[in-house]
Design a protein around this ligand. Structure first.
Ligand code: ADP
Ligand code: MG
Ligand code: ZN
Length: 491
């Protein structure tokens, strides 16, 4: 990363980064947190507003039940304890796109606390603590225009005002930019599995603020942190953290002090800039929201919500590894999204060899989808087709070369595997006489290998099968060929 000067690996190794992340996630409710306005993205500006979300005097908020259910489900999926009673609080600040002058949030009594998730690291699985998960509402959006022609303008769109959010605050347990990346990836995966959010970063459904400090390894106390705000992709967050870690080490190394501040990341330049020195929490003058009663999630309601919990990615991977005898790596790829995992499992259950299905999906399907810029849902080959192809390959009726050709055909013509297979089924040579003639030829031409085989090295038969396959241009019926080769060699 381009810090101002290059730091040697020895100097970098003296320090330990400390990172804590605050993740804001929009909940997938149809309506807003405290009024009935639509949360739809992309509508004409200021068309989804009412006295409540505009903060007009006298308007009263009414809490959206669905938002509570989503927030509770997410909190449970992140292993948080659910507080039976949590309190909404006003967080007061001025911002042009916050007409109320405060945001309804939760402060000292959040919905969920003491959670954790596990992330993979080079040193093994690591648990990262989640301090709290609370509910709050989003603000509107300011849109700036005309920086170049000095007719600078700012427009305000209040459609987003009052959209329900959860904020997930991690403990300062993260120790590298890579760990931060993994943490975010896992959080997103869990939220997608629970379907509480679409986590679309481009539309701002998931946003992350990264807090980072550095300290000498073994130092008892954390250093002063800086907060990097509004970075809109996980890769950029990782890059911003890498930059920020080096920037801070450089300051400390040259005898300076890191100041507590909010910084912005410029992805084009790959560096962070100071935005403003950090406001203290008490500046927000939090106080309990007088217009809303305490939020009570009774044990009964909580348990009812728990019944909607899907199998989560980590558990699913473990089960799939055991059930289908696939590798961890396979499971990782195949559980990328819940829909994808569902699709794979339907094929794996229909086919004779789930492992072969896993290989087919990863080796032959994903690459072709990517090359065609297609989502899984747009694949011409259905999971039924994948299962069929896997079984044909398993029984030896289809060589891997033919299978590849048939898959190519499916993508060219946008037809499913069974359609293409029925039409273009390779003309296999299943005539034993013809095959035996070829086998005899190969045997005569390779006396050394015959000797090896008869000397006990049975694996050499694969060599003969391969030679005949080549001679037949891949058209020999593999099952029959195998049988005949063994018979000839043994005879
Ligand atoms: P603030 O009041 O400044 O928002 P918080 O205590 O709420 O600070 O913490 C915000 C986030 O910063 C949390 O994710 C927390 O883990 C993280 N954090 C706190 N102290 C540090 C530190 N010294 N270095 C890095 N991250 C920190
Ligand atoms: Mg904070
Ligand atoms: Zn409204």
């Amino acid at each position: 990363m381009p810090a101002t000067t290059e730091l040697s690996p020895e100097i970098l190794a003296k320090y330990e980064p400390v990172i804590g992340l605050e993740v804001h996630v929009q909940l997938l409710t149809a309506t807003k947190a405290f009024c009935g306005c639509s949360t739809r993205f992309g509508s004409a500006p200021n068309t989804q507003v009412c006295p409540v979300c505009l903060g007009l005097p006298g308007a009263l908020p009414v809490l959206n039940r669905r938002a509570v259910e989503f927030a509770t489900l997410a909190a449970m999926a992140l292993h948080c304890e659910i507080n039976e009673t949590s309190i909404f609080a006003r967080k007061n600040y001025f911002y042009p796109d916050l007409p109320k002058g405060y945001q309804i949030s939760q402060f000292d009594k959040p919905l969920g606390e003491h959670g954790w998730i596990e992330v993979p690291t080079p040193a093994g699985t690591k648990r990262i603590g989640i301090t709290r998960l609370h509910m709050e509402e989003d603000a509107g959006k300011s849109m700036h225009e005309g920086f170049l022609d000095s007719r600078e303008r700012t427009y305000i769109d209040l459609n987003r005002c009052g959209t329900p959010l959860i904020e997930i605050v991690s403990e300062p347990d993260i120790r590298s930019a890579d760990e931060a990346y993994e943490y975010l990836t896992r959080i997103k995966e869990i939220l997608l599995y629970t379907a509480v959010s679409d986590c679309n970063m481009e539309e701002g459904s998931l946003r992350c603020d990264a807090n980072v400090s550095v300290r000498l390894k073994g130092a008892p106390k954390f250093g002063t942190k800086a907060e990097v705000k509004n970075v809109n992709s996980f890769r950029f967050i990782r890059a911003a953290l890498e930059y920020e870690i080096e920037r801070q080490i450089e300051i400390v190394e040259s005898g300076g002090r890191v100041v507590q501040e909010t910084r912005l990341y410029n992805s084009q330049e790959g560096r962070t800039y100071s935005m403003r020195s950090k406001e203290q929490a008490h500046d927000y003058r939090y106080f309990p929201e007088p217009d809303l009663p305490p939020l009570v999630v009774s044990n009964a309601w909580r348990e009812e919500i728990r019944t909607t919990m899907p199998e989560l990615p980590e558990a699913r991977r473990k089960r799939m590894v055991a059930e289908y005898e696939i590798t961890e790596q396979d499971a990782q790829v195949l559980t990328g999204t819940r829909a994808f995992a569902d699709q794979f499992e339907s094929a794996a259950r229909a086919a004779k060899s789930p492992k072969r299905v896993a290989n087919l999906v990863q080796g032959e399907l994903l690459g072709r989808l990517k090359a065609g810029n297609l989502e899984l849902e747009q694949s011409p080959i259905s999971m039924q087709g994948i299962a069929e192809a896997a079984d044909l390959a398993e029984s030896g009726e289809l060589s891997s070369k033919m299978l590849k050709q048939l898959f190519d055909r499916c993508f060219e013509t946008s037809e499913d595997f069974s359609v293409v297979y029925e039409r273009e089924k390779p003309q296999q040579i299943s005539d034993s006489g013809a095959l035996e003639k070829m086998i005899d030829e190969v045997i005569t031409a390779n006396p050394k290998q015959v000797e090896q085989y008869r000397g006990g090295k049975k694996t050499v038969s694969a060599f003969f099968v391969g030679q005949v396959m080549k001679m037949s241009k891949g058209q020999a019926n593999p099952a029959l060929l195998n049988e005949l080769v063994t018979k000839k060699l043994d005879g």
